[in-house]
Design a protein around this ligand. Structure first.
Ligand code: CP
Ligand code: NVA
Length: 309
């Protein structure tokens, strides 16, 4: 049984196989509508249970479409509507029940520990749909989008992140090791990535370039990524934190410093880390990026369900 919790812990060859399958499937269903099922119906009769402890638009909808297009079905739970959320049922018993009714479990949570605990008690695969430390389904899908647009392996491209050092960036750092691409990070000194993820990358002999000046980080970039300065449930003084990022806004001046055909990506939802002008410019590929999550998550589901060919 394969879980999908952190890119760090998944072999690079498996991640590449997932993307290859996603490319094949996306191409094959080019003329199908949202709810038409892939010809091979690989997950016929399978149930994906989704549970959210935090808000979600894209992850929820893209997993819904993903499992449907594979021939299965899904139900979405909010943890505060379960006995578990009220402290009236243990995680262990909840996990047993999820495993009794369902075939896979997609979980968005405020606690990495909870994912590990679920993993311990579930007898079905668990997929991390965003946790404090990572957002692996998002970033794997973003690699797909970059390679689709640029028509070359991401290992031949310069990737830059400008913004907060958060869960999405952690997954991007993990991906830079698994897919061997150059990664620049532009962020304030106070908000550099945690030592633990940097040490992990270092152990993998990966050099990641950190700049406390956004202009330097974007030079020669093929892709610029950003994300909200304030993440979901970020317990900080918002005004104070935002102030640190004043000089890290993605604007026209910054984009001009990157390569001419540089693209802008953002997992969404957005805050004011990017100007409206850039967000809506031809450099911005955020809508395709969001759509591709359906395609890549289908192949992640197949990987977890042991059906990836
Ligand atoms: N990008 C992303 O995960 O969006 P949602 O929070 O809407 O799911
Ligand atoms: N870093 C953001 C990503 C949202 C999809 C958050 O955790 O809120």
């Amino acid at each position: 049984m394969k879980h999908f919790i952190n890119l760090k812990d998944i072999p690079g060859k498996d991640l590449k196989k997932i993307l290859q399958d996603a490319r094949r499937r996306k191409k094959r269903r080019a003329k199908l509508t949202a709810l038409q099922i892939d010809k091979d119906i690989p997950l016929k009769g399978k149930l994906l249970i989704q549970m959210f402890e935090k808000s979600s638009l894209r992850t929820r909808l893209s997993f819904y479409l993903a499992i449907k297009q594979l021939g299965g079905g899904t139900i979405t739970l909010r943890s505060n509507e379960l006995h578990l959320g009220e402290g009236a049922e243990s995680l262990e018993d909840t996990a047993k029940i999820l495993s009794t009714y369902g075939d896979g479990f997609m979980f968005r949570t405020d606690s990495d520990k909870k994912i590990e605990n679920f993993k311990k008690y579930l007898s079905i695969p668990i997929i991390n749909g965003l946790s404090p430390s990572s957002h692996p389904t998002q970033v794997l899908s973003d690699i797909f989008t970059v390679e689709e647009i640029k028509q070359k392996p991401i290992s031949n491209l310069n990737i830059t992140w400008v913004g907060d050092s958060n869960n999405v960036l952690n997954s991007l750092i993990a991906a830079s090791v698994k897919f061997s691409f150059k990664l620049n990070i532009g962020c304030p000194k106070k908000y550099e990535p945690k030592q633990s993820i940097m040490n992990w990358a270092k152990k993998k002999h990966k050099k990641i370039f950190i700049f406390n000046d956004a202009s330097k980080a974007v030079i020669n970039a093929d892709v610029i990524f950003s994300d909200k300065v304030i993440s979901l449930n970020d317990k900080v003084n918002k005004k104070k934190k935002m102030k640190y990022f004043d000089k890290f806004k993605i604007n026209k001046r910054l984009i001009t410093l990157a390569k001419k055909n540089c693209i802008f990506l953002h997992c969404l939802p957005r805050g004011n880390e990017v100007t409206d002008e850039i967000f809506k410019s031809k450099n911005s590929k955020v809508w395709l990026q969001a759509l591709n999550r359906v395609h890549v998550q289908k192949s992640i589901l197949l990987y977890c369900f042991g059906k990836l060919r």
